[in-house]
Design a protein around this ligand. Structure first.
Ligand code: MG
Length: 225
């Protein structure tokens, strides 16, 4: 069995900055003053890690930081649940998901820095939530590099079978998707549909590099389909 673990933003969907705008509003509203995101990198990181850094840069520390982080992420979740997009599918995504779902010996999962609830909110807005029964999320571990282990544990309980890291494939758009997959002994596929330059994804050591998921034949060959 091959488990294919998809990142969300920049890989499956383009949310047009919805996450960044909403996290900024949510933290600003609970803090009672602006909490800017402009100097905080988002790509490939988890929402809790992003929010924590935004609050630190805005001068929060200690218990006050912890309180703002917890209230801010709860408010972020509420605001995201009230949105209805636009979250657009990236090229080829629905066709790839349909093909993988219909393939014997392939299971689909998520490996994303989004919180679990907001991950599914984005997927619902894009119309593809039905493909994903489980995954590993930023709400499981603020460190993305801890997420492959979470995904393996979920896979064992949901699929009822031991899943070897070597039979997992991480698909993502940043060097951290590639890095966390490689670090866990998983194979990696990078797509150039996010903010990261192609040469950086090559340098990160992705096993397969695709312009986008519309370029799916190399992916099917890579998965032996
Ligand atoms: Mg991404």
């Amino acid at each position: 069995m091959t488990l294919v673990l998809f990142d969300i933003d920049g890989t499956l969907v383009d949310a047009h900055g919805l996450g960044r705008r909403t996290i900024e509003s949510a933290l600003g509203e609970v803090a009672g003053r602006p909490v800017p995101s402009a100097r905080v990198p988002f790509a490939g990181r988890t929402d809790p890690a992003i929010a924590a850094e935004m609050l630190r840069q805005a001068g929060f520390s200690g218990e006050r930081h912890a309180e703002m982080l917890s209230r801010g992420l709860a408010h972020y979740t509420a605001l995201m649940m009230a949105h209805d997009g636009p979250v657009d599918l990236l090229p080829g995504v629905e066709s790839v998901l349909n093909r993988l779902e219909a393939s014997d010996g392939v299971a689909l999962g998520l490996l994303t820095g989004n919180l679990e609830v907001t991950a599914y909110a984005k997927l619902r807005m894009a119309g593809i939530a039905r493909f994903f029964g489980f995954g590993a999320f930023g709400s499981d571990n603020p460190d993305r590099y801890g997420l492959p282990e979470v995904a393996l544990g979920r896979a064992r309980s949901v699929l009822g079978a031991h899943v070897d890291p070597a039979s997992c494939v991480v698909v993502g758009d940043t060097i951290h998707d590639v890095g966390c997959g490689r670090g866990a002994g998983m194979r990696t596929v990078a797509v150039c549909t996010g903010p990261v330059p192609r040469e950086d994804l090559v340098a990160a050591g992705a096993d397969l590099l695709l312009e986008d998921l519309a370029d799916a034949q190399p992916l099917y060959r890579f998965l032996n389909l």
